[in-house]
Design a protein around this ligand. Structure first.
Ligand code: NAD
Length: 463
């Protein structure tokens, strides 16, 4: 690289989450001299340490217990004395995290990405301070992620009032768990503890749950979670809290009534905000939006063309896979290649049971955008494989645009939705038509036939 001798690195990546570590690896693959600085001892950021991975490990363990309890007799499997051990579940989760975190460290070694430990703070636009040491770089990628938002009267102690981080490391199953916020984190972690025996109450400010999902999917998910004995208060406002050694009492306003909820543990899952604390953005003249997101252009450049920002710290859906894609794109742009991210085909998944997955326009968004659409739905109760695995709840909805015939959205609630959605992602990426999905031969008996049948239904609906 030109002028590299003036700088310690071609690229310094700040943060080692799924945005940062992927950007660092891609930079190294592109032949650049790359370092990645992380303030935690462990690489991997929120996703690997206190987010996606540990939550999915606990969702799996709790679902294993719950499904054996619910359906073993029906399957002709006799189980007696079924119990679970939370500490073993937690240990399994920690071991999975450790394996994956060590995997990043060995990838860094293999591709000669230098790992720096400490908090990076900009001193000027080409220099950061890392624990008292000055490090210079020709380019920077800020990938510092996000942190949980708290409520003013409910500060996190991560024992009685927990964020997702604390909820992933409880030492016992709370008898009464109140969850504030019925977004992705709220419904996933509520599912874990409900399956393990907590009495779960979810308080949500809006009139629906998981507000970014297709309305029909969100409605079905609400019904299903209620059947799983989670109690919901929608359109409810948490007004205050009293915290003492015995637990937390929440004051909640619901349908003009004042209610009070006692909880052993309260999970506050009301969203996340960009994390830029201590980064010294002002020293480098880097600007943020009123919500604290770093401002970037279409090529992820801040006010300085050599300082980029990606992932949760910039505006957009806070998703690990989006951050990773932006990381690859930025590392390619720095190496002089052309690169972009296709935001229309970024999927959203909720790992409840059944799972929820979506990509592209919801029906409401498509209609609001004035698109002329055709829609088809197929129910898992009519799917042979779903019957065989005893998982018949849910449906696939396919949305096409009439003039082009192209798929513009797919929404699934049902078994393996997180995997099934990939057909929709690839179709959207390839600008495929609904006809292409409807006429591709899908193996029988598979859950994916429901995707094909939803596409066929959409075509039959009168394109
Ligand atoms: P979210 O934005 O998904 O949901 C927050 C919910 O809290 C919303 O429904 C909101 O209306 C509600 N809310 C806000 N203030 C409230 C209040 N005072 N009282 C009651 N309800 C209130 O946020 P999250 O669930 O905290 O997740 C944070 C981010 O992490 C999201 O962007 C999410 O996409 C991401 N995430 C993704 C996954 C996944 O992909 N499976 C898993 C976990 C988190």
């Amino acid at each position: 690289m030109n002028n590299l001798n003036k700088f310690d690195f071609d690229v310094l990546v700040i943060g080692s989450g799924p945005g940062g570590y992927i950007a660092a690896l891609q930079g190294a693959k592109n032949g650049l001299k790359v370092a990645c600085v992380e303030k935690m001892d462990s690489l991997g950021g929120t996703c690997l340490n206190v987010g996606c991975i540990p939550s999915k490990a606990l969702l799996h363990s709790s679902e294993t217990y719950s499904s054996i309890k619910k359906s073993s007799a029906e399957e002709g499997v006799n189980v007696t004395g079924l119990t679970f051990d939370l500490s073993t579940m937690m240990k399994r989760k920690n071991d999975i995290v450790l394996t994956l975190v060590n995997g990043i460290a060995s990838h860094f070694k293999k591709l000669s990405v230098e790992r720096l430990t400490g908090s990076a703070a900009f001193l000027d636009k080409n220099t950061v301070d890392i624990s008292g040491k000055k490090v210079t770089a020709k380019n920077f990628i800020i990938a510092t992620g996000s942190e949980p938002m708290s409520l003013p009267f409910l500060p996190f102690d991560e024992k009685q009032v927990v964020s997702s981080t604390g909820a992933l490391s409880l030492t016992s199953v709370p008898k009464r768990l109140v969850v504030i916020g019925a977004g992705v984190i709220g419904v996933e972690l509520a599912s874990v503890y409900s399956r393990l025996g907590s009495k779960v109450t979810i308080v949500e400010m809006l009139e629906s749950i998981t507000p970014t999902m297709d309305v029909a999917v969100s409605r079905q998910l609400l019904q299903t979670l209620k059947k799983q004995e989670m109690e919901f208060f929608l359109g409810a406002k948490v007004k205050g809290a009293v915290i003492n050694k015995k637990g937390v009492t929440l004051a909640v306003e619901h349908e003009s009534k004042d209610l009070s909820f006692d909880a052993d543990v309260v999970l506050v899952a009301v969203g996340r905000r960009p994390y830029t604390k201590g980064l010294g953005l002002e020293s480098a003249g880097i600007t943020v939006t009123p919500k604290g997101f770093i401002t970037v252009d279409n090529n992820f450049r801040t006010v300085h063309p050599h300082i980029y920002a990606i992932g949760d710290v910039i505006d957009g859906p806070m998703l690990a896979h989006r951050a990773s894609h932006e990381g690859v794109a930025v590392a390619d742009l720095i190496a002089g290649k052309s690169a972009s991210v296709n935001y229309t085909s970024i999927p959203n998944v909720i790992y409840t049971h059944p799972e929820v997955a979506s990509v592209g326009f919801t029906e409401t968004e498509a209609r609001a955008a004035g698109l002329n659409i055709f829609v088809g739905t197929s129910f898992f109760r009519a799917n042979g494989r779903a019957r065989c695995i005893g998982d018949i709840e849910g449906f696939v909805k396919v949305i096409g645009e009439k003039q082009s015939g192209r798929l513009i959205g797919m929404h699934i609630i049902g078994p393996e939705a997180s995997e099934l959605i990939t057909e929709g992602i690839v179709a959207l990426d390839l600008k495929a038509k609904v006809h292409d999905i409807a006429h591709a031969c899908h193996a029988h008996p598979t859950l994916s036939e429901a995707v094909m049948e939803a596409a066929q239904q959409a075509l039959d609906s009168g394109i």
